[in-house]
Design a protein around this ligand. Sequence first.
Ligand code: NZQ
Ligand code: ZN
Length: 388
Amino acid sequence: MLDFTFTAPTRFVFGKASEQQAGTLCRAAGARKVLVVTGGGSARRSGLLDRVTGSLDGAGLPWLVLEGIRANPTDGPVYEGIRLARAEGADFLLAVGGGSVIDTAKAIALGAVRDGDFWDCYSGAAACTGALPVGVVLTIPASGSEGCGSSVITKGGLKRSATADALTPKFSILNPELTNTLPAYQTACGCVDMLSHCCERYFTKTPDADLTGRLGEAIMACIVKYAPIALAEPENYEARANLMWCGTLAHNNLTASGRQPDFACHRMEHELSALYDVAHGAGLAVVTPAWMKYVYQEDPLLFAHWGHVLFGLEIDCRDPARTARQAIARLEGFCRSLGMPARFADIGARAEDIPLLAKQCQRNNGAYCGFFRPLAEEDLVKIYEMML
Ligand code: NZQ
Ligand code: ZN
């Protein structure tokens, strides 16, 4: 087990009607004027936005709203939000939405207190040294952004992330009922994303981080159990509630404590969603099985055990690689059963772009991408080709 530091400072307020506490939570976090950031309309249509701003009114907090943040968020609304926050004197960002909204709010929070361009912290030119505080009302379990210090933004076709303690939300309101209105496709994308967040940390060469591995297994097993239930019964509270908490714990680094995570699949997927504007979880459904087929020989027993825990496979002790291949096939079947795409063409990706995708991915991650099996550019090309 490796040495590690684990910080989880976010206050999570979980349960029905918890968004009514938005005002008091903002006030308790020191807010004096709140910039509410939200997406393309779902929060307004459902009445959530009115409930949240009503709660801010109730707490005596002035507020303004930046609406229209789209999935795979870009730099434009970030610059607009920074201008607004400065012009209006907002000192607190409240994200009402999913990963795209939360990540935009974090980028605004970072940019509002920075002399230089916010993008420098995403391009790697500078470190994030401070930010306005951020709070969250989560509407889709997926990105885990509500419980971590990362933010992912696209600028000029490059999808890049910034990570800093200052970007970790002060509080996150998690009301599972808010996710009842999710389209099935988005529910499924979210489930694949959180499953991938666990896999990225589960497939590791670090030995002996046994507790960490078992925590990841528990989260993954819950996702596999509850994702089909949420799709069949969108208002099933237990399914929505379990998935919501899975999404947070899958990405707050609990399941990486003491071990080296990989994240090659995420890096490969970010190139896809940057180029084709595909939903992140859908891209991961295409990338992850291909990556697994390319790397499972590094530790067939780990993949076989994973298949046993998630899908009840009996491990072939004489030939664990056989069970590993079965496990990968079961993952593909699981993603298909959720209505997720499986091949390059399903997400509008093109074979002729593979050299560019691999080059971008490799260029932005040094000589190698990932750790479970460090991947050079030629490996990335082969993995992308396996998605055709
Ligand atoms: O914009 P609205 O109208 O709200 O619609 C959204 C959007 O179209 C809709 N939606 C959200 N909640 C809803 C709802 N529709 C009905 N009812 C609700 N309750 O869902 C669509 C997708 O929303 P989005 O915020 O894009 O989803 P997600 O949470 O999956 O976020 C994806 C983004 O997060 C990044 C991804 O790359 C992508 O850009 N990620 C961020 C991470 C982080 N900050 O640590 C890690 C992740 O690995 C990921 O990369
Ligand atoms: Zn993800």
